[in-house]
Structure formats: C-alpha cells, structure tokens
Design a protein around this ligand. Structure first.
Ligand code: MTE
Length: 322
C-alpha cells in the first residue's frame, strides 16, 4: 500500500521550534484542529502504517510512587502529536515516517569517564534494570504539555553500573545518525546527530528516567524507540530520543538546540514560568488532547518538582542559566 503522508499539522501557537527553522505559511485554526485530529483518526481506522508501531506489551514493570496522580493524555495524541525532527518538522510527520527506523537489534555505546566503556546490546542493558511505570507531564518549550504513562528505568542505576570516574561531571546523549532511516537528517533543520546533555547530579536524580515504553507497550518509534530520556522538570527538548550513545564527560557537552540558537535554548532548560522564551511567554501551557476551549494551564516552576530539584540550582541565577 502506498503510504500517504498526513498533511502538515500546524500548531495554534505556530510551533515555535518550527518557526525558528522555516517560516511556512499558516493555516486556519479550524483546519489545524481537523488536521491535528487526523492522525488519531487514521490510527483508529487502522489506516496508519503499522510497521513503526511497536505494540508489544511490556509486562514486567512496577508502578512508581513518583507518578503524578493525573489522567494521562489519550494514547492517540501521545503517539501522533510529536516532535522528532529526524522524521520531519510537522507534529504528524513522526507518526507517518518513523516506521523507517529499525529498532531491533539496538546497541548503545557507553564511553568517556566510565570504568566500563563498551558497545552494549540494549537487551543486555535492560536485563539489569528494574522497569517502572511513571506518569510524568512532558512540558514542551513550545508551551504545550501532555501527561504520559512512561515505562523505563532510573538513569542513576545505569550510570552506577557504568562506574563513573571522579572526572564525570556531565552526561552527553546522542541520537542515531542515519539519514536513510531518518530522512529528516537529509535537511539541515538541526545539526545532526541530535545531542543533549545533563549535569551529572541531574542525571543521577531519582526522577530522571530512561524510557523504553509507554501505555504498557514498547516505545512507539515516533516517541523515541527504543530508548529515550525523560527529565520531567525540564522542557521536552532535553528528552532526547532513539539514543545510541551515552558519554560521561568532564566538560559541558554541546547540545543541538543550544547550538542552533543559543539565546533561545539554554543548556539547563528547566521549566520556569517566570523566564519567558525570547519570543513567547512560558507562564501557561496548552493541554494536548483537552476538549476545545479548555483554558490553558498555569505552568509550574520546575514543572511541579521544585521540592525534589530546586536544591540542584541553589545560588544559580536561573535567568542567566536558562
Ligand atoms: N529527540 C530527537 N532525537 N529529535 C527531536 O526532534 N524533539 C524533542 C524531544 N526529543 C526531539 C527529541 C522535543 S522538542 C520534544 S517536545 C520531545 O522530544 C517530544 O517528545 P514526544 O514526541 O514523545 O512528545
């Protein structure tokens, strides 16, 4: 069957990340609403390409006490409203194109300031981790959010198994680079491969999750299969997808969005309603999947995790280190 491309889904707020890259023409609000739902409808009708949909159930996980007590965003929205520029810059592109990514077998290179560097099979890594379901809100820098029942393991556990040296001050993550599987990499929307970074204490925080699934299933490709990061007190762009390399470093690593526009996207990227992005406010967020005319939600400092993480930034000027 010929794959039909879902028309570009544009955001009511003019997807800021996209605006940064290309100023495409806007379409009317009603059409946007229709298109935004289009991918979900295709999914429900069984017309969506299925090869990119993992669908395999994950059974061996426990529920985490770190979960939010909130109803998750419907699956259709979580899996059709995505940012994954390797598969296109429109929200619907990843759901249509990410079937091109082959996620099994998958290996992860672990290197840098560690006692146990190497190229590891993801399956072998997973054998040593305790999987948990954690319901977290993903707050995107574009001022929308969704609540997702992620499944994954604590990054701190993996780092401990890697035996970090005393020089390990930061962790750098890298997404797969393969323009044949990730056609968006043929365009220079970002500097490829996508990279992200955390300070080691952020990486070791118990909230930081390496996710391998959602909604009880293996991670759909468009959400970053087979392994992605979730840092719930930071903007979504820190949550790098389809990770192939984890490197512990002494120096602060370069990160893709910061490299593209350093005055707009900082290294820290902590959710902070009182520090606006240069082009829009961060004080409120649109709730994805909520009924039409639902008011925006007030964005919380550190996305609601102040008690757990504020200490990490004590004495830092968060306007300067945004
Ligand atoms: N990781 C890679 N490799 N490429 C991307 O374009 N987009 C980021 C992040 N991780 C991105 C990425 C952004 S901007 C957001 S908001 C989240 O993924 C979106 O995750 P979701 O599609 O699962 O909601």
């Amino acid at each position: 069957m010929a794959r039909k491309k879902i028309p570009a889904i544009k955001e009511n707020e003019v997807t800021p990340l996209q605006l940064f890259n290309n100023s495409r023409s806007l379409i009317s609000a009603s059409r946007r609403q229709f298109l935004a739902q289009g991918a979900g409808l295709l999914l429900a009708s069984g017309l969506m390409p299925t090869s990119g949909w993992a669908g395999n159930k994950i059974t061996d996980y426990k529920r985490s006490s770190l979960s939010l007590n909130e109803t998750p965003t419907p699956y259709e929205y979580v899996t059709t409203y995505n940012n994954f520029y390797e598969f296109g810059t429109s929200k619907g592109d990843p759901a249509v194109n990410a079937h091109l990514l082959k996620t099994k077998p998958w290996s992860v290179t672990i290197e840098g300031e560690v006692g146990k560097p190497g190229v590891y099979d993801l399956e072998d890594i997973l054998k040593r981790q305790q999987l948990e379901e954690r319901i977290y809100r993903l707050r995107c820098v574009e001022a929308w959010s969704m609540v997702v029942p992620w499944i994954g393991f604590s990054l701190a556990d993996l780092i401990k198994q890697m035996e970090p040296t005393s020089k390990a001050k930061y962790v750098e993550f890298t997404t797969l680079y393969d323009p044949e599987q990730m056609p968006g990499q043929k365009r220079r929307t970002l500097k490829w491969p996508y990279t992200e970074g955390l300070r080691i204490d952020e990486a070791m925080n118990p909230l930081t999750l390496m996710a391998t699934g959602l909604y009880g299933e293996e991670m759909p490709n468009q959400n970053g299969a087979p392994l992605r990061l979730i840092v719930p007190w930071k903007y979504g762009f820190k949550s790098i997808k389809s990770i192939v390399k984890i490197r512990l470093t002494e120096q602060m690593p370069k990160t893709s969005w910061n490299e593209s526009a350093r005055h707009e996207y900082g290294f820290y990227a902590n959710v902070n309603p009182s520090v606006s992005h240069p082009r829009w406010s961060q004080s409120r967020e649109r709730v994805i999947g909520a009924p039409l005319f639902t008011p925006k939600r007030d964005t919380e400092m550190f996305n609601g995790y102040g008690e757990q993480v504020a200490e990490l930034y004590k004495g830092m000027n968060l306007r300067r280190f945004f």
